[in-house]
Design a protein around this ligand. Sequence first.
Ligand SMILES: O=C(O)C1=C[C@@H](OP(=O)(O)O)[C@@H](O)[C@H](O)C1
Ligand SMILES: C=C(OP(=O)(O)O)C(=O)O
Length: 418
Amino acid sequence: MKQVISRNIQDQVVNIPGSKSISHRMLICAALADGTSEIYNILDSEDISLTRKTLACMGAQIKTRQDGVLSVTGFGGRPKPWPDPIHLGNSGTSMRLLAGIAALGSTPYTLTGDERMRQRPMGELLDALGRIRISADSDNNEGTPPVLIQGGDRAGGHTLLDCSRSSQYLSALLMAGAFFDQGLVIDLTGPAVSQPYIDLTLDVMKQFGVNAFRISDTCYEVPGGQTYAAGTRSVEPDLSNAGYFWAAGAVTGADIGVDNIGTASLQGDLKQAYIFEKMGCSVNHDGRVLRVKGQALYGVDVDMSDTPDAVPAVAVTAAFAQGTTRITNIGHLRIKECDRIDAVCSQLTKMGIKAVQGPDFMEITGGTPHGAVIETFNDHRIAMAFAVTGLRVDGIQIENPGCVEKSFPTFWQLFDAL
Ligand SMILES: O=C(O)C1=C[C@@H](OP(=O)(O)O)[C@@H](O)[C@H](O)C1
Ligand SMILES: C=C(OP(=O)(O)O)C(=O)O
C-alpha cells in the first residue's frame, strides 16, 4: 500500500523514461534486421523485458551495454524455433505484435499470458492470419491466449481485419508483412481505434528502411520482399506517462514541464496536454519542454478513441473541474489491463465523485473528492492516475503500487520527488 502525501508542489521540469510503444517496436524491428542495431533510451520495464526475452528465444542477440545503450543483433526475418510456451504476462503489445513475428517462423510457437491476458481478445488477428494461410488458433476457441501460431507460408497477399477493438493487430501484420513474397494488403472492416499507434508502427518501420502505406482509413499496404536495416536509433520519452505529471500540474496549479518533447512526436498521448488546456490549464511548448500549469478547471467533452491510455489521467483531473466531463468512444478501455471504465468510475465514486459509465463512455462531474483506499486492479495506469489525486486530497492510499513496473518502474521515485 502506498500512502500519497498531499502537498504544494513547486514549478519544475521532469524527465520521463522512454516510450513503451516505441521501445517494443524498436526491439522488434531491430530483431527482424540483419546486423546489429544500437538503441538509445530504450525503456527498461516489465513489458519491454517480456518482448526482449521472446525475441532472444527467437534468435536475436540482445545486450545492454555498460553505457545503457541496447545492442540488438537480429535474426533477419527468420525466427528460430522455440518449442516451449512463451509467457507474455499481461503485455497486450508484446502478445499481439509478437504473434505477427511468430507467423514468420517455420515451426509452431505457443504464446500465453497471465490470467488477465488470457481474457484479452486477439481472435481478429488470428482470423486475419488464417486468411493468408497461416494457421493461428486460440487454445480455447475464444480468440484469447494461449495461441498457437504455425507459420511456414510466406506468400502473403490480401487479408481482411477488424481493428475496432485494438490497433495492435494491424501493427503486427504490417511489421511481418514486409517479408511476405507478395507483401500484404490489409482491408479493415471499419476504422481502427487507437490510430496513432498505427502511425508509430509505420514510422519505426520507416526508420529501419521498410515502407508500408496507409492507402485510406481502412486500407493499408506493405510491399513484400523488404529487409529491415540495422542502425542507430533512439526512443522518445513516453508521453502516456508524461500525462501523470501534466495532470499533477493541472490539479495543483503548479507549472510542470516534461523535457525532451520535440514538436513532431507521433505519440497520440501528446494530445492529453491539449485536453488539459481545453479544461482551462495554460500549456506552453517551447519545442523542447512542454509545460502544463493548472488554473480553474472546467469539464469538457472529448472523444478519446485515439488515446485510450490517457483516459485515466484525464478522468481523475475531471474530478477537480467545475461541471461534467464526458469522455466518449472508449469501449476498448474495457479490454485493457483491467476494465478501465469500470475501474476509474468505481474508484472516483469511492472518493465521493459522481462518475457515470456506459458501454463506451464515462461522465465525471467535478466536486470535492475525499480520501479513499484505491484498488488498482493490477493496472499501472489506475495506480499512477489516482496517485495524482493524492496531491490535492488527504488520505489517498494506492493498493499494489508495484504494478507500475509494467511501463514505468521509476514512477514513484519521480512522483515522490515532485
Ligand atoms: O501498439 C501499442 O503500442 C499500443 C496500442 C494501444 O492498444 P490498442 O490498440 O489495443 O487500443 C495502447 O492501449 C497500448 O498501451 C499500446
Ligand atoms: C493497454 C496497455 O498496454 P498493453 O496493451 O500493451 O497491455 C497500456 O499500457 O495501457
